[in-house]
Ligand binder design. Sequence first.
Ligand code: AMP
Length: 172
Amino acid sequence: MNLKNSIRTISDWPKPGIMFRDITSLLQNPEAFKQCCDELYERYKDVKIDAIAGIESRGFIFGSVLAYKLGVSFVLIRKPGKLPGEIEREEYDLEYGSDAIEIHKDAIKKGDKVLVVDDLIATGGTVCAAVNLVRKLGGEVIECAFIIDLPDLKGKDKLDCPVFTMIEFEGN
Ligand code: AMP
């Protein structure tokens, strides 16, 4: 089936001018969700990976399924103030202002090979911060995987590691 058709677009959300690519419609379609997870599994099943780091919150959905299928650990990269243990923090710039993400310091060991997963790459700011967090803990980011790329925003150009994306949408 055509995965792209299973993702609905909501215009002007969360603010005017944004075309929100909504994966809840993909998740509500069991065939599409399975195809998506199977495609990720096929790509990584023979790759040496120690941990998958999922970015809150939609990265948790695809990342945790993949971690289960691969039999590797799953690590949460969360918005500030959500993780109870000792954390490492990384700030990043938004169009207006800044944001931050956090990871548990003991979530990744030095030398671990880590796959970073999120649903979508737009400007690339969030995933760059996630990559920095993994590296701060001594992890090696082997690739970043996304279901959706917005190529016009050139997020991939910000990353200095391999990137895998499954579907492209023009515009922002
Ligand atoms: P960025 O840091 O600009 O690459 O933004 C990526 C994060 O914001 C991801 O976690 C996405 O889920 C979310 N995001 C950004 N733009 C969109 C969009 N047009 N539709 C859906 N999610 C988006």
